[in-house]
Design a protein around this ligand. Structure first.
Ligand code: RP5
Length: 174
């Protein structure tokens, strides 16, 4: 309980940066994975709006979020979902914003089901699908920032610096 309070306090602090990326997940249980997207964006100074929105359990919450998203300044939407993961596809159907999908390894099939559900969109409504789990979520954050960086030199500089720091952390020898 104490940890939950701390986390909502720190998120309120973080919300001072205007949100440019929506980070949606089908269940609060997905947050452990999707936090990697939030962390990647925050590390680059890109604000995000993190929401639990299920395409099947809270369908109205999804359409409401997407109806308002562009007017609120959202430029990219990241969707993480597990099992019969249709959150990214349904999101893409309701918006012209770029949608990135993260398959979550929350089911007995360990994300293979979510990967296929997310990546195999029929032609016409694209979802850019990342890898399963935390690495996919992290890359979704970085890719969303790269999309924003096309028109935002500050985000581009932050991404470039991230790459420099990442390289510097790789030892020459094991
Ligand atoms: C999906 O079903 C969610 O994205 C989650 O990964 C999975 C299981 O959800 P919970 O039953 O844990 O809430 O919709």
């Amino acid at each position: 309980m104490a940890a939950r309070k701390k986390s909502s306090r720190s998120r309120a602090k973080k919300q001072k940066v205007p949100a440019r990326v929506g980070v949606l997940m089908g269940s609060a249980n997905d947050y452990d994975v999707m936090k990697a997207a939030e962390d990647a964006l925050e590390g680059l100074g890109v604000g995000c709006d993190v929401r639990v929105i299920s395409a099947h359990r809270t369908p109205e919450r999804l359409t409401r979020f997407l109806d308002e998203a562009e007017d609120r300044g959202i430029e990219v939407v990241i969707c993480g979902a597990g099992a019969a993961a249709h959150l990214a596809g349904v999101t893409a159907a309701h918006t012209l914003l770029p949608v990135l999908g993260v398959p979550i390894d929350s089911s007995p099939l360990q994300g293979l089901d979510a990967l296929l559900a997310t990546v195999q969109m029929p032609g016409g409504i694209p979802v850019g699908t990342l890898g399963i789990g935390k690495a996919g979520a992290k890359n979704a954050g970085l890719l969303a920032a790269a999309i924003i960086a096309r028109k935002d030199p500050a985000v581009r500089a932050a991404l470039a610096e991230f790459r420099v720091q990442q390289s510097a952390k790789v030892p020459e020898r094991p």
